[in-house]
Ligand binder design. Structure first.
Ligand SMILES: Nc1ncnc2c1ncn2[C@@H]1O[C@H](COP(=O)(O)OP(=O)(O)OP(=O)(O)O)[C@@H](O)[C@H]1O
Length: 277
């Protein structure tokens, strides 16, 4: 499929943090694509640059080369005001690992879910209320929770609220940064079920995690990031069953439930040596 038709096209982006002497390169020619109705996993260890990829897509961090487009519209070539307008339209939404980052502790759950709609404007108060209730139900948030404050919810309830809030502008692309890492197993399963329903509706998702196990269960394709570079990408089944890069082999071997066999200590040392070399 051509890059132009992709819902999300990240093309060879470089990102640097800091200025002058403290300037360091965090992403090095990173490319990835997400099509409608597809979940793409982005995995890598802590510090590999995963969140920076999401921030670049949201226009929160500039790229020094390469480009990003969402739904055919360039993100990176835009001015900050244009990027703000694009965010306001709500075509792209995001869910963080810790929903407290996206939910204001002083607002009721209902007001938090409504906020992206209010920012966009154009709906009456009654229409906003109706939409909030509809999206709460869809995200499995019980209606009696709408009057509560985030601190009065469980972690799983908060994450469902964050998902309802992200969905309310009917985005075409969702960025999920470790969306289930803080949750217990049963709650994880429910959130994953909600995500696969969204996929069936044609929403594209970039699912970011350090944990190959959680990505492999849900993603159609997987992109492996190491030290700011994509070292491998392909259909998830292929990445898991026939990993090519030593780093991916190490990741797969460290999650024996995926590959069916764990690495021996010698194999692990060999892969580490190959990565260090
Ligand atoms: N605002 C910033 N200024 C300077 N360096 C930063 C900034 N944000 C992140 N970094 C650095 O950029 C690198 C990539 O960070 P990033 O948060 O993208 O990694 P990550 O893969 O998402 O990690 P984690 O899984 O721990 O969240 C890290 O070395 C980090 O220290």
């Amino acid at each position: 499929m051509s890059a132009r038709s992709s819902l999300l096209a990240v093309e060879a982006i470089d990102v640097h943090y800091g200025h002058r002497r403290s300037r360091t390169q965090v992403l090095d020619r990173v490319s990835l694509h997400v099509e409608p109705g597809e979940i793409v996993g982005l995995i890598g260890e802590s510090g590999s640059g995963k969140t920076t990829v999401a921030r670049a897509i949201l226009g929160l961090v500039g790229v020094s080369s390469g480009g990003i487009s969402v739904d055919g519209e360039p993100v990176t070539a835009r001015s900050r005001a244009q990027q703000r307008r694009l965010r306001r339209r709500g075509v792209v939404q995001y869910v963080f690992q810790d929903p407290l980052r996206s939910l204001d502790g002083d607002w009721t759950v209902g007001d938090s879910i409504a906020e992206p709609l209010r920012i966009r404007g154009g709906l009456s108060r009654a229409e906003v209320t109706e939409r909030v209730r509809a999206y709460a139900e869809r995200s499995k948030v019980a209606l009696e929770l709408l009057e509560r404050y985030p601190a009065e919810l469980s972690g799983g309830q908060r994450q469902r609220v964050a998902i309802a809030r992200a969905l309310i502008t009917e985005p075409r692309l969702l960025l999920l940064d470790e969306p289930v890492s803080a949750l217990d197993a049963a709650t994880r399963v429910r959130i994953i079920e909600a995500l696969t329903e969204l996929r069936a509706e044609g929403i594209g998702m970039l699912y970011i995690s350090h944990d190959l196990g959680s990505v492999a269960g849900v993603s159609d394709r997987t992109v492996v990031l190491r030290q700011g570079r994509v070292v491998e990408s392909g259909p998830t089944r292929q990445v898991v069953t026939a990993p090519e890069h030593p780093y991916t082999r190490l990741l797969v071997g460290s999650a024996p439930l995926l590959s069916g066999q764990s690495l021996t200590r010698e194999e692990r040392d060999e892969l580490r040596a190959a990565l260090a070399g």
